[in-house]
Design a protein around this ligand. Structure first.
Ligand SMILES: Cc1cc2nc3c(=O)[nH]c(=O)nc-3n(C[C@H](O)[C@H](O)[C@H](O)COP(=O)(O)OP(=O)(O)OC[C@H]3O[C@@H](n4cnc5c(N)ncnc54)[C@H](O)[C@@H]3O)c2cc1C
Length: 404
């Protein structure tokens, strides 16, 4: 009988296995259902693997998790971004921090993260079995019986479920008495049927955006990307993550209000008035007072107001100026569906957090059963926060199991 069998050879499975065996557990086995371990690490971050973030401050760090913020405070106090950064560097993986705080391997290759994790696991004595999809787990008096595809059986004193967003992991959790918060997508772009911005597709700029779904407002400031179907970019992915459950129950209908300039009504009005004074002979649609606002976007916004394409600044009426101000700082778009995912995508939902002891990641319902990673109802926004939660929860689980 193994001391620990881990179901799932992903990021959390490997971190859990390495931690547990190095804390003194005699035999640790990883069962991976597919033919390859760490497949999501391989494709992550566009093949570069954004494995954590340089947000070192725990109170700021937890704000990047729409679900699990409260529980992660305690977990991060034990193993956070600093510890994860040092952990990989100590294991020989050289890392770099990009301007926006995302952490990648210095080589820009996710293969190096895989090489690091598999080499450390092998050196530590972790046994890894691929093509070993776990179909059933049965609790017995002092441990578990595990049925693997092909009618192979394993026995374990402890089990760590690290199956990510795969439905089979949730089914195993239910069979052992756990309840599941319904999984719904997170981190996606937003689509609108409005056509006024199609000429602007590809434009990115800093905005303040407010998404209203079912009367609830979500607000974020940051970079937006105009796509041919709607909106994406960090600010939209953040909004989608925080409103994921609400958007799902509202069939992805909402209203996105954008302040294209991140300026107040007064500031914008003053700028327009001043520009009008000095540039009366210029054509409005071809000349703008805001350097940061792309010319295509300025034109597209004015076209929605039906401003004549030959109108000069001197001839702009007060009411036209007023409507330009409104259009620049509170233009509304009806969101009617969910667009494709961004570079990274995760599931919101999973094993209910009330049923977990966050000091050890052990189930409160079934002794000897532990969980880590995306199988839990915890998810982060884009930026390395999802892997960070995997490293952290698996490290805590690995320690929790070893001290039993
Ligand atoms: C395209 C893409 C890019 C991403 N990029 C990033 C990024 O750059 N940074 C970031 O922080 N996050 C990123 N993420 C999210 C991140 O990959 C996940 O949060 C993370 O992989 C979850 O790790 P995990 O170990 O919990 O689950 P997984 O990595 O999904 O691993 C679970 C493993 O369990 C196996 N399994 C499932 N069921 C069974 C079973 N019954 N028996 C045996 N094995 C089973 C699966 O085959 C899988 O190998 C990205 C996600 C995607 C899809």
């Amino acid at each position: 009988m193994s001391d620990l069998v881990i179901i799932g050879g992903g990021a959390s499975g490997f971190m859990g296995a390495i931690t547990a065996i190095n804390k003194g557990l005699g035999s640790v086995v990883v069962l991976e259902g597919t033919s390859k371990v760490l497949e999501k690490v391989r494709i992550s971050g566009g093949g570069r693997c954004n494995l954590t973030n340089s947000c070192w401050d725990i109170s700021n760090l937890v704000k990047n998790y729409p679900r699990g913020e409260k529980q992660l405070i305690g977990l991060f106090n034990r193993f956070s971004t600093v510890e994860a950064f040092d952990w990989f560097q100590e294991k020989g993986l050289s890392l770099k921090i990009e301007k926006d705080g995302r952490v990648f391997p210095r080589s820009d290759s996710s293969e190096d993260v895989i090489k690091c994790l598999t080499a450390v696991a092998k050196k530590s004595g972790v046994k890894i079995f691929t093509n070993s999809h776990v179909k059933q787990i049965k609790k017995k008096q002092n441990g578990f019986n595990i049925l693997v595809k092909g009618n192979n059986y394993f026995e374990a004193k402890n089990i760590l479920i690290c199956t990510g967003s795969h439905p089979s992991g949730r089914r195993l959790a239910i069979s052992l008495g756990h309840s599941i918060v319904q999984p719904v997508p997170s981190l996606f772009s937003l689509s609108t049927s409005e056509k006024s911005l199609t000429s602007c597709s590809g434009i990115t700029l800093n905005v303040h955006a407010e998404l209203t779904v079912n009367k609830k407002k979500y607000a974020e400031t940051g970079s937006i990307l105009i796509t041919h179907k709607g909106f994406s970019g960090p600010v939209v992915l953040r909004l989608s993550a925080f409103s994921a459950r609400n958007l799902y129950s509202n069939k992805y209908k909402g209203e996105l209000r954008i302040n294209w300039l991140c300026m107040s009504e007064n500031e914008v009005r003053k700028k327009l008035d001043l520009y009008k004074l000095g540039n009366g002979k210029k054509v409005v649609i071809n000349n703008k007072p805001f350097h940061n606002l792309p010319r295509f976007l300025w034109r597209a916004l004015l076209l929605t107001l039906k401003i004549d394409s030959k109108l000069k600044w001197a001839d702009l009426s007060k009411s036209q100026i007023y409507s330009i101000v409104k259009c620049l700082i509170m233009k509304s778009y009806l969101i009617n569906s969910r667009g494709p995912y961004g570079e990274e995508f995760v599931t919101a939902g999973g094993v209910s957090l009330d049923e977990i002891n966050f000091k050890t990641m052990e189930s409160k319902i079934c002794e000897g059963l532990f969980f880590a990673g995306e199988v839990l109802n915890i998810d982060g926004i884009t930026g390395g926060f999802n892997f960070q939660h995997c490293w952290t929860s698996a490290w805590v689980a690995g320690n929790g199991i070893s001290v039993k």
